[in-house]
Write a protein that binds this ligand. Sequence first.
Ligand code: HEC
Length: 108
Amino acid sequence: MSRRRVFLSGAGVIALGFAGQADAADPFAGKEQYKLHCAPCHGMDGKPGMPQSPDFARKSDPHNGLLRSDTVLLNRVRQGGSGCPSFRGVLDDFQILDVVSYLRSMKR
Ligand code: HEC
């Protein structure tokens, strides 16, 4: 009886571990990071505050990068370039993926 109980609680811990990994990217946490680090240039609603910056709220904008994969966007935000600062050392990879999931959720 006691042996069976130990086995069951062990399985519960493993199941929780997998569930935690499955929903790693969190658009709500991403929104907080976006407000702090991206909104000054990209606008709180994704509308560009700076000339030449892309429009995240317009899904068909070929310049906002959203047609590309999360991995490509992760690297783009890490490296920065052409007016967009590098966020390496500012945001970790999980925080950047949170922001990317928030970008994908923006609309107006
Ligand atoms: C100092 C202003 C500034 C800040 C802060 C900034 N960006 Fe940018 N970003 C730009 C500009 C300007 C461009 C347009 C670059 C270009 O034409 O390739 C850009 C482009 C982008 C692109 C499109 C890249 C592509 O290759 O199409 C993405 C995605 C992006 N920024 C994400 C972010 C995220 C996420 C943050 C916050 C973590 C952020 N940016 C913060 C100015 C900024």
